[in-house]
Write a protein that binds this ligand. Structure first.
Ligand SMILES: [Zn+2]
Length: 263
């Protein structure tokens, strides 16, 4: 048996649209289940039309992050915009309309306009000091290394802090989402935990510090690498060039032609 291997590459605008029209729609129930399990349902989502690649449907708006209420028709919205990235806001705001009107998202937690922020740790393959290439790129080697770290972190959080968590593949690394009992942690506690974890894990402290609020939406497309953002059970580690659950269907028509590994 042969495994087909799929390249890490930027998705085209048409492929992004096709993804949101087909693949994403089928995951809507799983998205809701996921939010129910790990998090309060988000109040806002954020869409990046194409700030990294410069590829976007509307060039004037392509560089700007667009914010929407989370109770919108997400599949329809994403199909129209065909975005590069999709995020949700981890903050839980006391008065979401007021925060949106006054544009106070950034300082909401510090000013007590948000009561909580989902605690998430970020382990990026780019921070693995991969011997195979320069910084700024990712490959199977460093993605595997970051995957091992993400699951070790999950085990550590459970053993040392009684924190339940879920690991999510982000496309170029992994996020560890901690259950909502810990969303009310203050800045000092977050900092203390960060400092402890940085002794053992290559976390990017910005994401867990509390001052940035966006995180990739599960089941959305990371269009920088053409991979689906997927929560993992951990029973089986994902393989970035072959695991089915992280492959958008548009790639299935275009696997590598020559790279064949024993199945
Ligand atoms: Zn690498």
């Amino acid at each position: 048996m042969m495994n087909r291997l799929y390249p890490l590459r930027v998705s085209s605008l048409g492929e992004r649209e096709q993804f949101y029209k087909n693949d994403f729609r089928k995951s809507l129930r799983r998205i809701n289940d996921w939010f129910r399990e790990i998090f309060f349902h988000p109040q806002f989502i954020a869409v990046d039309p194409g700030s990294d690649t410069g590829i976007s449907r509307d060039n004037k708006r392509g560089q700007r992050l667009l914010i929407f209420r989370a109770d919108t028709d997400m599949a329809g919205l994403f199909e129209r915009i065909a975005p590069e990235d999709v995020y949700y806001d981890r903050n839980h705001y006391r008065n979401p309309s007021n925060v949106a009107k006054r544009g106070l998202f950034r300082e909401a937690l510090e000013r007590n306009l948000a009561t909580a922020q989902e605690l998430v740790f970020d382990i990026d393959a780019e921070n693995m000091n991969c011997p195979a290439h320069d910084k700024g790129r990712v490959c199977e080697l460093c993605i595997n290394a970051s995957q091992n770290q993400a699951f070790s972190l999950k085990n550590y959080l459970e053993a040392e802090h009684s924190m339940e968590s879920r690991v999510v593949f982000s496309g170029r690394g992994f996020h560890v989402h901690v259950d909502k009992r810990f969303s009310a942690m203050g800045f000092d506690e977050r900092e203390e935990l960060n400092n402890e974890l940085m002794k053992y894990f290559a976390i990017d402290p910005w994401v867990s510090r509390g001052r940035i609020r966006l995180i990739r939406m599960p089941f959305s497309l990371n269009a920088l690498v053409s991979r689906i953002v997927v929560p993992l059970t951990g029973e089986e580690r994902i393989r970035v060039h072959s695991s089915k659950e992280i492959m958008p269907s548009f790639l299935e028509r275009k696997p590598y032609k020559s790279a064949i590994t024993p199945g």
